[in-house]
Ligand binder design. Structure first.
Ligand code: PGA
Length: 254
């Protein structure tokens, strides 16, 4: 199978100790395997230092954060800035996740600022977009996704070698155990690709962008998504935060 990405979003499911235990288990499991897929582990902020130490040294396992501020440094009490994430060994950062949009009122323009700040600090942004159930029922899926892509990632100036990952996550399937059909995910990937090609160019798209799917991915449905060329990987929440299901996901890729 062509090399795909698995991004593990541990959300706020685990304590620091639990995150360390899971990271150790995955590290030991990965040690015994050849040809691992590219795995990006995104623990909560407080677990980043120790999980990073546990995972460092495994070539195909990278560290990511679940958010980063739009400010670089200054009087912003409680913010986590991109340079600190780099110092902790993060190479990736999830931005604009639907749970950030819903519970913390993050909007496209501020997500756009976060994306720019991440790139400025050499972090690869994983920019989440996706329609809600109401938007889908109103027939607005493609328009909503297109607008999110353009407003969050339509005016970037990536340096040579920099990548931007767009995660298509239909909000209404996240955490439900019921993913959308791979064909539906493929359709939205095409909408996202077209929006980016229109803003940049086909060759800039190919050089700098990748699109992945997220929303109730597990070992049972992973293959269907990976069979689609345009789907470069998956963003996994619930199934990535338990050792057994994360190992099963990795096994599917071997
Ligand atoms: P889920 O979460 O895999 O639990 O549906 C995905 C996500 O929110 O990124």
């Amino acid at each position: 199978m062509q090399s795909k990405i698995i991004i593990a979003n541990w959300k706020a499911y685990l304590s620091i100790v639990e995150s360390e235990e899971l990271a150790k288990e995955i590290y030991d499991f990965a040690k015994s395997k050849k040809d691992l897929p590219k795995i990006i582990i995104c623990p909560s902020f407080p677990a980043l230092p120790s999980v990073g130490k546990i995972l460092c040294g495994r070539k195909n396992i990278k560290l990511g954060a679940q958010n980063a501020s739009w400010c670089e440094r200054g009087a912003y009490t409680g913010e986590v800035i991109a340079p600190c994430l780099g110092e902790l060994g993060c190479e990736f950062v999830i931005l604009g996740h639907s749970e950030r949009r819903k519970h913390f009122n993050e909007k496209n323009p501020d997500i756009n600022q976060r994306v720019k700040m991440a790139l400025q600090n050499n972090l690869t942004p994983i920019v989440c977009v996706g329609e809600t159930r109401e938007e889908k029922q109103a027939g607005q899926r493609d328009d909503v996704v297109r607008a999110q892509v353009i407003e969050c990632a339509g005016d970037l100036d990536p340096e040579p070698g920099q990548k931007i990952i767009i995660a298509y996550e239909p909000v209404w399937v996240i955490g439900t155990g019921q993913a959308v059909a791979p064909e539906d995910a493929e359709h939205s990937h095409q909408v996202i690709k077209q929006a980016l090609v229109d803003k940049y160019s086909e060759s800039e798209y190919n050089t700098h962008f990748q699109i992945i799917y997220g929303g109730s991915v597990g070992a049972g449905n992973l293959k269907g998504f990976f069979e689609k060329d345009i789907i470069a990987g998956v963003l996994v929440g619930g199934a990535s935060a338990k050792a057994q299901s994360l190992k099963q996901l990795i096994e599917v890729c071997l």
